[in-house]
Design a protein around this ligand. Structure first.
Ligand SMILES: Cc1cc2nc3c(=O)[nH]c(=O)nc-3n(C[C@H](O)[C@H](O)[C@H](O)COP(=O)(O)OP(=O)(O)OC[C@H]3O[C@@H](n4cnc5c(N)ncnc54)[C@H](O)[C@@H]3O)c2cc1C
Length: 540
């Protein structure tokens, strides 16, 4: 056998990614940097191991199974997962991927870890994200947060369903979407009737999508007497009996097959606790949605990085027509283009995480605009990038064993859940209209890069012109959102990335000097340096 590359295994996924390691060093202060590098290095080694890669394959080869009833006909409403799923989740929880709030640089460290570990398997990122993101929403009800926050941020993974008082670690999910509409949650029909005890309600209705249904608790929206309200719905009641949480079906999904996404019904005896005031449900749950949207950016960056790493590794070994593929000028053009797209996504995800850590009013204003813009753009770039990376492996890439088909099936998901593309673009308009501080914070962020690159400067001027003209703004929302994201990525790369990376980005994404497909960069750029920077190095 000749000319078949070795598998990309036995490497440190963190250390092998300069965009990621440099980003962590940029945002994590000196006294915490050593510890952050050490923990991320350990996670990186685990992520690059043959063992973890096998768990990822198994969790997808043996998808979850719904068990509605036990052998005697009692309802149990459980989903059974392959042990590999639990190993993946257990490793992630122990590594702190649900533990960001209140830790020094917790968001940057967690985002970097999530970017590393999602490269093993993307499906189990869903419960990790929702568990992490439930915390700020729950804080609207301090009494509930006092019970649940320590469980959700715990580093102990306990899969068994038990009441909160008898757990040391717990997972949370979210159930907003109903049959009649997901984007338009105000159309929700699930009802919440107040019970005698303050803050307690009985729910009747359904949810059309409810992922990770074996989580310990869910944040749910339902119509209370005072309007749409957020609730915490535990799977097990405080007295140890099961809450009425009827799993009807599991979705047969394009990808994300290791994860279960259920249809669920609430039968009038479903017990829930109110989170925040009646009628403030959307505002309360949006705290959670904002954090999961950042995770959509990070997960897309992870899927992109893994696809690019595979393409770079394969082409560094495989020869055609007498030369390694990566040394062929046209393949080098493709690889450099993919590598820069991946670096732009990683750099943006880390910048957003750093703003979460900053936590100032200005950081929050920046996130208000930058998160929906980034969610729109980075998630949308994921699918074409993975498809092109797959092609770099030729026929091998189209075969399941390469892992690329799994990445390609996963790729579109992050642009759908937590609000599809149009919904993000419309949210950008809402932020521009209602929160002037958001645009100010964004402009001062990109302003820091002004004067460094003429193509970026021109793009900023063009963006300002677009922003000044509100004619037909709703139909132009995608175009505007794309420009906001590209200019922000360009500003970050000009400030922080090596010149050859920023040069490619500014030429191709801002200067218009490239075609629509990947691999159409100007040949005069230093493409070899870009490719070499991104190539994952495996110790011999
Ligand atoms: C695998 C998977 C898992 C999921 N897990 C969960 C979960 O755990 N919990 C949960 O609550 N939900 C979950 N969802 C649901 C998901 O969040 C919704 O599917 C998503 O928000 C879109 O809502 P929808 O499907 O109702 O589409 P619709 O709201 O019908 O939207 C359809 C299309 O119309 C566009 N659109 C909507 N409004 C406008 C407008 N005003 N102008 C222009 N275009 C518009 C949207 O961008 C979209 O492209 C999951 C979805 C998937 C695929």
């Amino acid at each position: 056998m000749t000319n078949q590359p070795p598998p990309l295994t036995g490497y440190d996924v963190f250390a092998a990614d300069p965009a990621l390691t440099e980003g962590v060093a940029r945002y994590v202060a000196g006294e915490h940097l050593g510890a952050a590098r050490e923990e991320l290095g350990r996670l990186g080694q685990a992520a690059g191991s043959a063992q973890a890669q096998r768990w990822g394959e198994q969790a997808n080869a043996y998808p979850p199974v719904l068990r509605t009833h036990d052998r005697y006909g009692h309802r149990i409403d459980e989903v059974e997962f392959h042990p590999a799923w639990h190993r993946l989740l257990g490793h992630a929880v122990t590594a702190g991927l649900t533990d960001a709030w209140g830790r020094p640089h917790g968001h940057v460290r967690r985002t970097a870890g999530f970017l590393v570990w999602t490269q093993v398997e993307a499906g189990h990122g869903c419960p990790l994200s929702m568990t992490h993101a439930a915390v700020p929403a729950l804080r609207a009800e301090p009494e509930l947060a006092a019970v649940w926050e320590p469980l959700l941020t715990s580093r102990v993974y306990e899969a068994e369903l038990r009441p909160a008082a008898r757990k040391t670690g717990a997972l949370a999910g979210m159930a907003m979407t109903e049959k009649q509409g997901g984007s338009d949650v105000r159309a929700n029909t699930t009802r919440a009737e107040p019970l005698a005890a303050a803050g307690e309600y009985a729910l009747t209705g359904h949810k059309w999508f409810c992922s990770a249904p074996m989580s310990d608790a869910f944040l749910v929206l339902a119509q209370a007497p005072g309007g749409l309200t957020c609730f915490l719905l535990p799977r097990v009641l405080p007295d140890g009996t099961r809450n009425a949480f009827r799993l009807q079906r599991l979705k047969d999904k394009l990808g994300n097959r290791s994860n279960a996404s259920a249809e669920v019904e609430f039968d009038g005896r479903t017990w829930a606790r109110r989170v925040g005031e009646e009628g403030r449900g959307v505002a309360t749950i949006l705290e959670m949605v904002a954090a999961t949207r950042l995770d959509c950016v990070t997960a897309s960056a992870a899927v992109m990085r893994q696809a690019v790493a595979q393409a770079l590794h394969h082409t560094a070994h495989r020869k055609a027509f007498g030369r390694r593929l990566a040394e062929q000028p046209l393949m080098r053009n493709v690889l450099a283009d993919l590598a820069v797209e991946s670096e732009a996504a990683t750099t943006l995800a880390l910048r957003l995480a750093a703003a979460y850590d900053g936590g100032t009013a200005r950081d929050r204003a920046f996130l208000r605009l930058a998160v929906p813009a980034a969610k729109y753009w980075v998630t949308k770039r994921c699918t074409p990038l993975v498809a092109e990376a797959l092609e770099c492996l030729g026929g091998n890439g189209y075969v399941e064993e390469s892992g690329l088909p799994r990445l390609l099936r996963e790729a579109p998901l992050n642009s759908i859940w937590e609000g599809a593309g149009n919904v993000q673009a419309l949210d950008v308009l809402r932020a521009l209209r209602r929160e002037p501080a958001a645009l100010d914070a964004y402009l001062s962020e990109i302003g820091a890069a002004r004067g460094a690159d003429h193509r970026l400067d021109r793009a900023i001027r063009g963006l300002l012109t677009e922003l000044a003209d509100l004619e037909g703004i709703e139909a132009r929302a995608r175009r505007l959102t794309e420009r906001l994201a590209l200019v922000l990525q360009g500003a970050l790369l000009v400030r922080y990335a090596p010149p050859e990376v920023a040069d490619v980005f500014c030429a191709a994404r801002l200067g218009g000097d490239a075609g629509a497909a990947f691999g159409t960069l100007p040949h005069t750029l230093d493409l070899a340096a870009v490719v070499e920077r991104a190539r994952p190095v495996v110790a011999e």
